[in-house]
Design a protein around this ligand. Structure first.
Ligand code: SAT
Ligand code: MN
Length: 600
């Protein structure tokens, strides 16, 4: 089908307008078929972007090196362009929408010369589902098209679901590297010094320029499913969150679903695919990054994973840390910025075996283990289909979602925050989410290991004023007749005085999930101890058998350091003050209550 034949007038007009602006050599409407995927992978191999991996080791899989200047999300180049600055809030970069459009029109003018403009209709969530939403991405990158094939539901069926008048989010993307007639392409085209990742939450539109990388370019993911969707969710009474979803079944066969918010590269994929070490328990994966939730007719909060694939951090992923991820990426996958072995297989730090001699690093150079430089970029990624995950939950594509019993928050905290604690109430849980802080990772460009507040793990992803976002969460929980999930705050990253992690993590985190599961059914303080910061597990209630943890390690993990918490209060108060008028009174009241409990 040609774009001129599209029945949807607004879509047809928008495509024509964008083609007029970007001046591509041709326009191609993507049908989402396997043949299209294979053809475009072939083109990417021919242009030097892709290299096919060994058919024996990673069948039907490809490997790409990005430009070294285009390896992660760029938060300082990400903008929320609401009409009023206050509506973007103090945590977002704001620009006036018409002024930003002027800049963008300048950059996009002729930006696709010599290239194909791909039109990618996609659905976030099962096509036609009540909680699903449609986007159309225009991109001049075939790399984007094939990644979108894995990460979203793409193609003709989406257009059918859209019909002649359905709503869609227009998403314009260009790598910003037009080609003059006869000019040879580079393997990873981008305009690395002039990136703009721009959101117009009121218009519900996205313009992304200059980057070909994951979260900057696969616009269904962070740009739509979080930044634009969070603004839609605020207006429509639902929640768009940076959360994984897992199903957990106890030895008696009872099952619950848990959603969990952690900042980028803090182990969401590992937790979502965890294999319990405690006998009789089972974990299944619904999603590893994004959750859309709303109350069903029955008053239950129901959640879908709007994505169809995993865009996971490669380094550290191994048969021992995450065998389910390893099985998911065994075939039909795309690898970006990993290292590649002489057998044409991928390699990264922490894959479970040393790099063979003659491994090529992520910059295409011979890898030298003694150089101290990593072979794979720390933010190297795999793009793998969710349906290939052996632990995928049978309900993962249920268009009505799965009922959520518990919501977890977490991050990397070497100090202060215990292994797990539970909120006393919904407002207290919202308070917990609002004060999440984490040490920064390689998922975004910038300094590593710096502690920053990352409320609800949404700091880089909230499409409006974060103070209003807190208020929205409080309101959602005040819904009459709702069955509310319980909130927990976990910290797998607590360190001892020698700087090493105290908690083994990975499959052992099932011990914490078991406690969470049981607390969802418990009443009062059953299995728990009341502390000033929330309920902590009683030693008896936490399954610790078989773990090699000393008493003093357990003490650090499972007790409240009152002085450290008191010392944290002024920074929370200061953070809250940064939202001024937009800070909900209910959360300031929670902060006062915590102060009183700590002093009492
Ligand atoms: O935003 S990405 O999709 O590149 C990954 C992340 O930061 O979570
Ligand atoms: Mn993420």
């Amino acid at each position: 089908m040609k774009t001129d034949d599209l029945r949807h007038e607004r879509l047809r007009t928008w495509i024509a307008e964008m083609a007029g602006l970007c001046e591509p050599a041709e326009i191609r409407l993507c049908d989402g078929s396997p043949a299209e995927y294979d053809e475009l992978c072939g083109r990417l191999v021919a242009s030097g972007t892709f290299r096919p991996l060994s058919q024996a080791r990673k069948p039907h899989s490809f490997y790409a090196n990005s430009d070294p200047g285009d390896v992660a999300r760029v938060e300082d180049r990400t903008f929320i362009c609401s009409k009023r600055r206050e509506d973007a809030g103090p945590t977002n970069n704001w620009a006036e929408p018409s002024e930003m459009k002027r800049i963008l029109r300048g950059l996009f003018a002729g930006s696709m010369r010599g290239r194909t403009m791909y039109v990618i209709p996609y659905s976030m969530g099962p096509i036609g589902g009540a909680l699903s939403k449609i986007g159309v991405e225009i991109s001049d990158s075939a790399y984007v098209v094939v990644n979108m094939h894995i990460m979203a539901r793409v193609g003709i069926q989406v257009l059918e679901a859209l019909g002649p008048e359905g709503d869609f989010v227009p998403c314009l993307h260009s790598v910003g590297k037009p080609l003059a007639p006869g000019q040879a392409d580079v393997p990873w085209p981008c305009d690395k010094d002039r990136k703009y990742i721009v959101h117009f939450p009121e218009e519900r539109a996205i313009w992304s320029y200059g980057s070909g990388y994951g979260g900057n370019a696969l616009l269904g993911k962070k740009c739509f499913a979080l930044r634009i969707a969070s603004a839609m969710a605020r207006d429509q009474g639902w929640l768009a969150e940076h959360m994984l979803i897992l199903g957990i079944t106890n030895p008696e066969g009872r099952k619950k679903y848990i959603a969990a918010a952690f900042p980028s590269a803090c182990g969401k994929t590992n937790l979502a695919m965890l294999i319990p070490t405690i006998p009789g328990w089972k974990v299944e994966t619904v999603g590893d990054d994004i959750t859309w939730m709303r109350f069903g007719q029955d008053g239950q909060l129901r959640a879908i994973n709007p994505e169809a694939g995993f865009f996971g951090v490669a380094p550290g992923t191994s048969e021992s840390s995450n065998p389910n991820a390893m099985a998911s990426l065994n075939r039909d996958s795309i690898f970006t910025n990993c290292a590649v072995t002489p057998e044409n297989d991928i390699w990264w730090e922490g894959i479970g075996s040393p790099a063979p001699p003659w491994t090529i690093d992520w910059q295409g150079k011979l890898y030298d283990a003694s150089s101290g430089k990593p072979g794979a970029h720390p933010n190297a990624r795999f793009t793998a289909p969710a349906k290939a995950c052996p632990a995928i939950d049978p309900e993962w594509e249920n268009p009505d979602g799965v009922p959520i019993s518990a919501i977890l928050f977490g991050g990397r905290r070497a100090t202060v925050v215990p292994l797990v604690h539970e909120a006393f109430s919904w407002p207290h849980g919202v308070f917990m989410g609002s004060i999440v802080a984490s040490e920064t990772t390689a998922a975004a460009a910038g300094t590593l290991g710096r502690l920053r507040r990352d409320p609800f793990a949404m700091l880089p992803f909230c499409g409006y004023n974060m103070g209003d976002y807190f208020g929205h969460w409080l309101e959602v929980g005040a819904r009459p007749g709702a069955w509310l999930p319980k909130f927990f705050y976990v910290n797998w990253f607590r360190k001892g005085s020698d700087g090493s992690f105290l908690w083994p993590g990975y499959g052992e985190n099932s011990r914490i999930l078991k406690w969470v599961f049981e607390r969802c059914d418990a009443t009062g303080t059953e299995g728990a101890e009341r502390t000033p910061i929330g309920f902590l597990p009683s030693r008896k209630a936490l399954e610790l058998e078989g773990l090699d943890l000393s008493e003093s390690m357990l003490d650090t993990l499972l007790s409240v350091d009152r002085e450290a918490w008191k010392a944290e209060l002024p920074s929370i108060a200061e953070y809250y003050a940064s939202f001024g008028e937009r800070m909900p009174k209910g959360l300031s009241a929670e902060l006062d209550a915590l102060r009183e409990r700590l002093e009492g």
